[in-house]
Ligand binder design. Structure first.
Ligand SMILES: [Zn+2]
Length: 348
């Protein structure tokens, strides 16, 4: 029986103790390493979570009231939110700043709040903010400009034109805006005939020689004959998409034959045979392909002022609010309409 027990002074006993100690130390060091790693992950997760979730309205209120951050930091934060499309948070910050912030910059903060309301589409609130600014500071062109835009978006052209008078008094250039707003007012008037509207638009155009796209897009839609009679073919490139989509029966072949751009455009479309080549790449490709290939033109619209690209035509750039800055870009594309027609014919 005694053979199973090891004596206290036996060297074997020391060796067992030694290995047992090594095992205990290794086990604890492994366990401690795992625990620390887990803690590190958890800490990092908690830290990153702060940036994923936005502070609540109550938290924001507390932070702004405490005044731990300078006003400029809050303005930068609100601007960043607005730029990323989170208008709600941006509006909350501006509103809290106006309640508790330094009153010396309240006009500027109100302007930023009004602008954010406008971008977010809260036109009525934006209008009230700009009117409030102008009540105390009537000679604020920035607020007047945004108030004009608000009225325009609300289709209240009469009020927008009144704002324009105030901008005129401040010696601002209002020629384009005036022609544009008057044209919009004429087109949207439900009490006048199409013929009257067309003539009024032409009158405005003859005075300003601006808004070619707005005027001729309308005229070619409602009265192509009148449009051709008053159209300066040198401006054809400004409305190339309108001309491209014009019905075949509305074409004036005499005018088209006399102008190089129009001849190339309608030869490329396959209506006439007035041109054999074109200096414009897209027209040249389509003229050479004739009707054999299922290619056509599509259009992109670029603002000359801010370089914003739109898939649709515009008269006032919604990004920089400039008028008459649209440039039409021609794009060769597949003619899905032709494919569709051919598919339909194949079933007959
Ligand atoms: Zn622009």
């Amino acid at each position: 029986m005694n053979t199973f027990f090891i004596e206290f002074r036996d060297p074997l006993f020391s060796i067992i103790i030694f290995f047992a100690l090594i095992f205990v130390v290794t086990f604890f060091s492994y366990w401690w390493g795992r625990y620390k790693r887990k803690e590190d992950y958890r800490h990092l997760d908690t830290f990153l979570k702060q940036f994923r979730s936005l502070p609540s309205q109550q938290e924001l209120k507390g932070l702004i009231t405490k005044g731990e951050l300078p006003e400029k930091s809050w303005l930068l934060l609100a601007h960043a939110y607005s730029k990323n499309g989170d208008y709600e948070k941006s509006i909350e910050i501006y509103n809290e700043m106006l309640k508790v912030g330094d009153k010396t910059n309240s006009k500027e903060t109100m302007f930023l709040l009004g602008r954010t309301y406008f971008k977010a589409g809260f036109l009525e609130r934006a209008k009230n903010i700009f009117l409030e600014i102008l009540k105390n500071n009537p000679r604020t062109p920035q607020a007047l400009t945004y108030l004009l835009l608000v009225y325009e978006y609300m289709k209240d052209y009469k009020s927008a034109l009144e704002v324009l008078d105030s901008l005129d008094e401040l010696k601002k250039d209002i020629l384009s805006d005036s022609a544009y707003l008057k044209s919009l007012a004429i087109i949207s008037d439900v009490n006048t005939t199409v013929r009257y509207k067309a003539n009024e638009l032409l009158e405005i155009y003859k005075h300003s020689y601006q808004l070619t796209y707005l005027v001729y897009d309308y005229l070619f839609r409602v009265n192509p004959k009148l449009a051709w009679e008053n159209f300066n073919s040198a401006n054809a490139h400004l409305i190339s998409d309108v001309l491209w989509r014009l019905k075949k029966e509305d074409l004036d072949l005499d005018i088209i034959r006399q102008n190089g751009y129009l001849s190339e455009l309608y030869t490329a479309r396959g209506d006439v045979d007035f041109a054999v080549k074109s200096s414009i790449f897209e027209f040249d490709v389509l003229i050479n392909l004739k009707k054999e290939c299922c290619a056509t033109l599509s259009f992109e619209y670029i603002c000359n002022s801010c370089k914003q690209v739109y898939p649709f035509a515009f008269n006032r750039c919604s990004s920089c609010h400039s008028i008459n800055t649209q440039e039409i870009e021609l794009i060769l594309s597949k003619n899905y309409h032709r494919d569709f027609s051919e598919e339909n014919n194949s079933f007959q």
